[in-house]
Design a protein around this ligand. Structure first.
Ligand code: NAP
Ligand code: ZN
Ligand code: ZN
Length: 346
């Protein structure tokens, strides 16, 4: 077994603290890479707090992982020692169902295997990227370009693909009016991709505090949702709303901002179910949809698109000892726009 240093939550009510554990030896198809940076996703906080379902503890969060390959198994073809590598939210899936065969491993019908807070096919709990090394089957390891800043690439592995995938699926681009609801980790990547794909992008944010940032990120318009006059100006305006909000919110209000036949795409996962008023969707034949991360082929496509178009996340690099403070800021919506842990501080 490989000895690993990590940071773990021992229970939903304890702070994260150093925790040593083990990972499997490198198998014939495995890649082991030393983790250099790991992004901090709001899903880490949801899962530590059992917001969605009872978690597996101790929990080592982290699914925006980049680093350098240390060792490869005898049959590995895709990677060699010294290559840059990344892992997102998935480390395995059944590989046989119709979705897996189409490269939609995130929708595996048997159940995908998450990078942490899951169990591998061997029944052993999975542990994420708040740790110094990881072993993953090569099919679930992504190639990372050396052209981009490595810490700023880490968030692409979740925040990036989670916003790229729905915008591609619904073919959002030139001629569309796209609203990005919530300017946090996912939201700021949604703005960058929406702009890159040619849509007119408006940020819908809780207050005016992030207006200047939204412009710098490339957004064309900004609406402070606490100003009724500004909200009135965008009633019936959008073709799509990309909803990245992590807390309960008023769906009736946001549905009123869609055009006829508009689509509200949920990627945020508040702890409680959202309430959808029937009149809010039948008037104007509107759709409420959802999208989960992305499959392996599309994640590689997104990383390659980012390398070709010089797109990375705007990050605040943190010491792992400051993780709790970062969670507190995240809960207040004070993320500009992704915390990334410098794993050298572990
Ligand atoms: P984040 O960085 O904390 O951003 C969330 C943003 O939502 C905040 O910055 C804030 O933006 C806005 N917000 C927060 N509370 C709000 C409220 N009560 N009302 C209105 N707006 C509010 O979080 P994240 O990492 O981007 O993740 C966002 C959500 O997506 C989480 O629920 C996460 O679990 C989920 N997620 C889903 C997937 C998927 O596969 N679908 C993948 C990753 C994450 P403003 O300050 O602009 O208002
Ligand atoms: Zn995530
Ligand atoms: Zn499957």
């Amino acid at each position: 077994m490989i000895a690993v240093k990590g940071y773990a939550a021992q229970s939903p009510v304890t702070d994260l603290a150093p925790w040593d554990f083990e990972r499997r030896e490198v198998g014939p198809h495995d890649v082991q890479f030393d983790i250099l940076y790991c992004g901090v996703c709001h899903s880490d906080l949801h899962q530590i707090k059992n917001d969605w379902f009872p978690g597996i503890f101790p929990m080592v969060p982290g699914h925006e992982i980049v680093g350098k390959v240390k060792k490869v198994g005898a049959h590995v073809k895709k990677f060699k020692e010294g290559d840059l590598a990344g892992v997102g939210c998935l480390v395995d899936s059944c590989r046989e169902c119709v979705n897996c065969k189409e490269g939609l491993e995130q929708y595996c019908l048997v159940g995908n295997i998450q990078t942490y807070n899951g169990r591998g096919k061997d029944g052993v709990p999975t542990y994420g990227g708040y740790s110094n090394t990881i072993v993953v089957h090569e099919d679930f390891v992504l190639h990372i370009s050396d052209k981009l800043s490595l810490p700023a690439v880490a968030p692409l592995l979740c925040a990036g693909i989670t916003t790229y995938s729905p915008l591609r699926h619904w073919k959002v681009g030139k001629g569309h009016k796209l609203a990005v609801l919530g300017l946090g980790g996912l939201g700021h990547m949604g703005v960058k991709f929406g702009v890159a794909f040619g849509a007119e992008v408006t940020v819908l944010s809780s207050s005016a505090a992030k207006k200047e940032d939204a412009k710098k990120l490339g957004a064309h318009k900004f609406v402070a949702m606490n100003d009724p006059e500004q909200v009135k100006g965008v009633i019936g305006y959008f073709d799509f709303i990309l909803d990245t909000v992590s807390a309960p919110h008023d769906m009736g209000l946001y549905l009123s901002l869609l055009k006829t036949d508009g689509t509200h795409i949920c990627v945020g996962v508040p702890p409680e179910p959202l309430s959808i008023p029937s009149f809010g969707i039948l008037g104007g034949r509107k759709s409420v949809a959802g999208s989960g991360i992305g499959g392996l082929p599309e994640t590689q496509e997104m990383l390659d698109f980012c390398a070709a178009n010089n797109i990375v996340s705007d990050i605040e690099l943190i010491d792992i000892k400051d993780i709790q403070k970062s969670y507190e800021r995240m809960l207040k919506g004070d993320v500009r726009y992704r915390f990334v842990i410098d794993i050298a501080t572990l």
